[in-house]
Design a binder for this molecule. Structure first.
Ligand SMILES: [Zn+2]
Length: 208
């Protein structure tokens, strides 16, 4: 596996390059360019969410935890609830988020379906969906940047699976072929990923 630092650096470099190019050739306003960049970075790191100890997963956990507990706290304060009840509600919210991530890490397998071409395609379509309110140009650019950044991640993982013995003789590590692939060992995960991909394609390109 390419290190997270390598992924982050390569992901950010690729996202900056693509977002910059897309913004220059397309009609993306300057104010929307950070959003495009964020889509590229997120897509470049997304496949590693399947690694239980990866930094992207830790950042996601912290972000979701803060957002959920923060929303519950502000809601409680707005209602003027007593401190004890606020503490209980915040505790329950934190417990639910923790449980959600325990289930997520149990369900995901490192180098499973999240390290695959259809998952990258699905993530790109989700990026398009998320940026749709900002107009068709940004939505399309976000999809293309996310697609390129995600595929770049998979290719980097595969490159890191090739060991150059003595700097000359290539030797394939056991991880070779587990990143840039079209299905995973789980038939159910593969089916669900393709079903979601087809649904998103329909939503974007066929639904009137
Ligand atoms: Zn990876």
């Amino acid at each position: 596996m390419a290190g997270h630092k390598t992924h982050s650096a390569a992901g950010i470099a690729m996202a900056v390059l693509l977002a910059g190019t897309t913004a220059m050739v397309g009609s993306i306003p300057h104010a929307q360019q950070p959003l495009l960049l964020a889509c590229g970075i997120a897509a470049g790191l997304a496949p590693d969410l399947d690694s239980d100890t990866s930094r992207p997963l830790m950042i996601l956990k912290a972000g979701v935890g803060l957002a959920v507990v923060g929303t519950v706290l502000s809601d409680c304060l707005n209602q003027g609830l007593p401190q004890a009840e606020i503490a209980v509600r915040a505790g329950v919210a934190f417990g639910l988020v923790t449980l959600l991530f325990v289930i997520f890490t149990r369900l995901t397998v490192h180098r499973g379906i999240m390290h695959s071409v259809p998952f990258v395609g699905l993530w790109a379509l989700l990026s398009m969906q998320a940026t749709r309110p900002f107009g068709p140009a940004l939505s399309l650019a976000a999809g293309l940047v996310a697609l390129a950044a995600g595929l770049g991640h998979l290719l980097l993982d595969e490159l890191w699976s090739i060991d150059l013995k003595g700097g000359l003789v290539p030797r394939l590590k056991s991880t070779f072929g587990t990143a840039f692939k079209f299905w995973s060992g789980s038939l159910l995960a593969t089916f669900l990923c393709y079903a979601a991909l087809v649904a998103m394609l329909w939503l974007h390109f066929i639904r009137p």
